[in-house]
Design a protein around this ligand. Sequence first.
Ligand SMILES: C[S@@+](CC[C@H](N)C(=O)[O-])C[C@H]1O[C@@H](n2cnc3c(N)ncnc32)[C@H](O)[C@@H]1O
Length: 227
Amino acid sequence: MASSTSSSSSSPASKPAAQAAGGGEVQKPLARAGTFAKAFVFSPGTVGAIAPSSQALAAAMVRGVDFSDMRAVIEYGPGCGSFTGAIRAAAPKGVKYFAIELSPKLAERFAAAHPDARLYIGSATEVAEFCRQENLSGHVCVDAVFSGLPFASFGVDLQRSILERTVQVLRPGGIFRTFAYSGFSALTPAGRRFRKLLHKHFGSVTMSKTVWKNLPPAFVYSCRKEG
Ligand SMILES: C[S@@+](CC[C@H](N)C(=O)[O-])C[C@H]1O[C@@H](n2cnc3c(N)ncnc32)[C@H](O)[C@@H]1O
């Protein structure tokens, strides 16, 4: 695991995830849900959900993605790692994977569940720097980004900044997937604004059907960079 503070000027030092987590603890679902709910209470705007996403939503996040020619994928905001197993199971061996998580507490949980996954503690706004640390050349070096970020809770500057930086590191034709809660995206100004920003930054944007087996029900945005 590469760990750091959330400051953008920080320089994460690489170390195995299990070390940072205090050794490969077996993650219990209740403890995981408890850590997540606590993180939400203390930081509702950055955690954006009271419970981790379901496996049904994790499956929808990777459905139809062709990983065969990919070399590098990133996960934003993995929390305790609800999507991580599905992403890593779908990606062939040899595809580089790393995650970026803002909350040190959730990062600890993540590391306990996925001790061999590389994780940076920091913000998705720092993605270019983390790519450099992974020896991926700063721009157009990533095939896919899977985001668990609560974009509908973010202000416009953060929404825009993360999307701009994501497009910068994605190769032409690269994929961006993220989810939103059904209803919220259409009803709240931040959700509507985010949808418009997706259309502005990506060549194509489609929405999945609602995944009802999630609390609350959600859908997946599938976006592709032009090129
Ligand atoms: C809605 S939770 C999703 C967690 C997990 N992916 C899931 O679906 O269960 C949002 C996650 O994004 C993280 N997060 C929020 N802002 C972030 C940022 N700027 N960069 C990286 N992670 C961030 C939060 O700490 C939290 O773990």
